[in-house]
Design a protein around this ligand. Structure first.
Ligand code: AMP
Length: 508
């Protein structure tokens, strides 16, 4: 019988005792300390909040984040991680949807506290008092496997964020796959802890780190924003495992020290959250020739990631885009037409995910749940809104977001495909393709936002060279008629290129 996630976590806290579990701003915390604090916090919750309603945890990358997450989980309370960089509108929307029972302020709340209503607030000082209570008597009880472990709010830049409850069973399945020989995550490894806890890709580092007796090398927002000190510190982190978005890897590549010679133990890359481009994969394999690099794919609604492909250096020089790979065990990936019927190999369609990885549906939102979730062969299923196809080798491939598909002069164009095509030019370091809308609200032409390889080149002659370089390589209707040069692209709070913001900016 598979062990429950709670059993596995408690076991990990017990057996690793004096090992370091968390490093934050030069401070180390042991498993012993983690267990002691988790149990005292669990005591506090059992006494004060005997039911199991959700608890909101507001913060950055403090050690107390994982302490309180685990305390909530052991007592059956789903936690809602809310990043300290969140805007007030997002926070208000989350409070309305989830109505948490209590709010933990691990970071100071930067807005007036009246927004939080009259819910009980627990701040860092109160937490320290809870941690100083005498010896804990906490006895873990059995938590039903369908209980939500966490509730994550989606980061859509338009519309209200949707709450996605992920159960203990959902997460246990994902972690079993992640800790299987497919990825061969080493024991006692050092994991990069940069991804915000409010983004589900964070579950690719903090939970496997604990279950493998490893260490989370946490980086606060401020530390990541200061490139000079970040790049200096990077090699000192002695990382074994990189977890993050391709945009984060791209940013770290700006440092010449982000390479195998300076980071000899960094042998595993788990990339997720947005497309891993051929260009970036090529750069990473050159900088880290001894590393295994995985392109993993999945939406929050299906628990972090559901497919993976290990980058093969000999293959990436022959393809335009990288495969998303094969599904995790027990999960079925389908590519379907508009009637939810699977299309033949090679044909494009929407990617549907079905199996025990799929969430029960959006929190308190039956309308959005009905639109995105359904049942397929008695299994929960989810419409990803992503386009893809299966190739002859049975690998899933990505074609872009359904909502980033436009019609231009009668041609159906995937914006991500244009981006991938532009990046074939050695003159372009990174690109994003954006539709420019006319007064009739229909796309009038394509705009290529470009970060050039040579930032000093003259823009007019560069445009001419790019056109010449790409002639014959991409369909003429996919070549943007306008180019805008940029130094960098804005990132969403989750660290992905914020395409929706760029569309807004170009059209404002
Ligand atoms: P989120 O729920 O924020 O993790 O976003 C999930 C979405 O990110 C997916 O539906 C995809 O559109 C995109 N995504 C995640 N991983 C990948 C990947 N490896 N390649 C391409 N797109 C990805």
């Amino acid at each position: 019988m598979t062990k429950t996630l709670v059993t596995k976590l408690i076991n990990a806290l017990q057996i690793n005792d004096q090992n370091i579990v968390y490093t934050e701003q030069q401070k180390n915390h042991t498993y012993h300390e983690l267990k002691a604090k988790v149990f005292r916090f669990a005591d506090f919750l059992t006494t004060n909040y005997p039911n199991s309603r959700p608890i909101l945890v507001f913060g950055d990358h403090q050690f107390e984040m994982i302490v309180t997450f685990l305390g909530c989980v052991l007592t059956g309370h789903p936690y809602i991680p809310v990043d300290s960089a969140s805007g007030i509108e997002r926070i208000k929307s989350i409070l309305t949807t989830a109505d948490p029972q209590a709010i933990l302020l691990i970071s100071d709340f930067p807005f007036t506290q009246t927004y939080l209503g009259n819910r009980p607030l627990i701040n860092r000082q109160q937490l320290q008092q809870i941690f100083q209570q005498p010896e804990s008597t906490f006895q873990p009880k059995r938590i039903a496997e369908q209980t939500p472990f966490y509730i994550l709010f989606t980061s859509g830049t338009t519309g209200s964020p949707k709450g996605v409850p992920i159960s203990h069973a959902n997460l246990n399945l994902f972690l079993e796959w992640l800790l299987s020989p497919t990825f061969s995550i080493p024991e006692k490894a050092n994991f990069l802890g940069q991804v915000p806890y409010s983004f589900d890709v964070s579950n690719m580092y903090w939970l496997p780190a604990i279950l493998r007796g490893g260490t989370i090398k946490a980086l606060f927002h401020q530390e990541v924003e200061n490139f000079a000190s970040l790049f200096q510190r990077l090699p000192q982190l002695d990382l074994d495992v990189f977890v993050g978005t391709p945009s984060l890897a791209e940013m770290l590549l700006l440092s010449q020290d982000f390479c195998q010679a300076k980071m000899p133990h960094l042998k595993l890359f788990l990339l997720c959250g947005e497309e891993l481009t051929v260009k970036l994969a090529t750069k990473l394999t050159k900088r880290f020739p001894q590393s295994r690099i995985f392109n993993t794919y999945g939406p929050t609604e299906a628990t972090v990631a559901v497919s993976a492909w290990q980058v093969q250096p000999e293959k990436i020089s022959t393809v335009k885009r990288l495969p998303l790979g094969t599904a995790e065990p027990q999960v079925k990936l389908l590519v379907c037409d508009d009637h939810q019927l699977p299309v033949p190999t090679g044909q494009p369609g929407e990617i549907i995910i079905s199996g025990p990885c799929v969430s029960a549906g959006y929190l308190n939102n039956p309308q959005k749940t009905k639109a995105a979730f359904f049942t397929l062969n008695d299994q929960p299923a989810y419409h990803t809104g992503d386009l893809g196809y299966f190739d002859q080798a049975g690998l899933l491939n990505y074609l872009g977001r359904k909502d980033f598909q436009i019609k231009l002069h009668g041609f159906r164009i995937e914006l991500d495909e244009v981006r991938a095509a532009l990046e074939q030019s050695s003159l372009i370091k990174q690109a994003v393709a954006i539709p420019k809308y006319g007064s009739d609200r229909r796309p009038s032409h394509l705009v290529g936002l470009i970060i050039p390889t040579d930032s000093t080149a003259d823009h007019q002659s560069l445009i001419k060279q790019i056109r010449q370089d790409l002639a014959g390589k991409i369909m003429p209707y996919m070549l943007p008629s306008q180019f805008i040069f940029q130094r960098s692209f804005p990132l969403s709070p989750n660290g992905k290129i914020d395409v929706k913001r760029l569309i807004k900016e170009v059209n404002s």
